[in-house]
Write a protein that binds this ligand. Structure first.
Ligand code: MRU
Length: 350
């Protein structure tokens, strides 16, 4: 098990706080941050102190609890108004990971039917629901790991992009949970971690997590994946996802689509691991997934140094969509969907 906990609620509903690892500081510094206001949670999500689709959802759920701490003694109408306002605020933090909206909807629904009781009682229920979302996420990570581990044999070299590990969830991660489960079962694996420009989640976070767990990892720049595949050094690719449409198209960190195309060309299975909270069955295809556009500074001034001449245009989409036809398998907490299609995805969740 990991020695680090990406996020957790500390204390009771009335006065507690959300403790997060500040991931912007890794790997140089391991520091935890106590979020005591919803604005702090919004900012932490926005600037990627906490990131990864499931972790964003769980953090937002606790953010709702923080937002309403000051309204426990208020009239019910005011409390419900506060709930709707803080959900709107948090929903504006990042657009692509559907887990954020899924968690906020669950929080709102959990107290919708409670007509009797006080604001303080509703608030207690909100913490209970956030804790359930947190615990379920941990359980889903473990189940994804167990299902996916069957695809991995000893001696395999696995390539991953971005960070879909414990740092991206409340539990053990999605793509990395598969690797952790196979390692627990005694299989010897080696991982290639794409560094993942521009924010280097692969180099900074995936490499850190794998090192913490004693799993051999080699970091490569994103533009090296083709060469490493051509050298025959990759047996399987596994990544996470931020939103998966009903037909299996999967949005994930920018660069994932390119890796999938490369994997197809080299005949390497490309797998996506994600919990059911990452599926957006309201979208027919990935074309409807909103792609977050981030600040040009992440490219021109990444990590504090100017690397692009002043005044030059920059395009910085944070995610891309991999079409289902490039995906060998989707791994969820319920099992494995091979050759995903609309029919297979809907059947899986029936
Ligand atoms: O911008 P980020 O770091 O939040 O992007 C994270 C990813 O793209 C992950 O691969 C995805 O959220 C899956 S996390 C289990």
């Amino acid at each position: 098990m990991a020695e680090y906990e990406t996020l957790r609620w500390v204390g009771d509903a009335a006065t507690g706080s959300l403790r997060l690892i500040d991931q912007t500081l890794l790997p140089e510094e391991y520091r935890e941050l106590d979020c005591r206001t919803v604005q702090q949670v919004w900012e932490a999500i926005r600037v990627l102190r906490v990131r990864g689709a499931p972790a964003i959802g769980v953090s937002a759920a606790y953010g709702v609890v923080l937002a309403l701490q000051g309204l426990r003694q208020s009239a019910m109408a005011q409390f419900r108004q506060g709930l709707s306002e803080c959900c709107q605020l948090l929903a504006g933090s990042r657009p692509t990971a559907v887990n954020l909206f899924w968690a906020l909807e669950r929080m709102q629904r959990s107290v919708e039917s409670m007509r009797a009781g006080s604001s303080a009682e509703l608030h207690e229920e909100l913490l209970a629901e956030a804790s359930r979302i947190d615990a379920e996420d941990r359980g889903m990570c473990l189940a994804i790991g167990e299902h996916g581990a069957r695809l991995l044999q000893s001696g395999m070299n696995v390539l991953t992009h971005c960070n879909a590990g414990g740092l991206a969830t409340a539990g053990d991660g999605t793509a990395l949970s598969v690797i952790f489960a196979a390692a627990r079962a005694g299989r010897q694996l080696h991982v290639f971690a794409d560094e993942t420009r521009p924010l280097l989640q692969g180099a900074r976070l995936t490499a850190w997590e794998l090192q913490q767990r004693g799993i051999p990892v080699t970091v490569i720049c994103d533009n090296m994946a083709a060469q490493v595949m051509r050298e025959g050094r990759v047996d399987l690719v596994i990544v996470g996802a931020d939103r998966i449409a009903a037909n299996g198209d999967a949005a994930n960190k920018i660069g994932t689509y390119g890796v999938a195309v490369l994997a197809k060309h080299h005949g390497i299975p490309f797998c996506v691991a994600a919990p059911s909270s990452t599926f957006d069955l309201s979208l027919e295809t990935g074309a409807g997934i909103p792609i977050e556009q981030r600040s040009a500074d992440e490219i021109t001034m990444g990590f504090g140094r100017r690397t692009v001449p002043l005044g030059v245009d920059v395009y910085n989409p944070a995610f891309d969509v991999t079409p289902a036809e490039l995906i060998h398998a989707l791994i969820t907490e319920r099992g494995v969907i091979r050759n995903p299609s609309r029919e297979a995805v809907l059947e899986h969740f029936r």
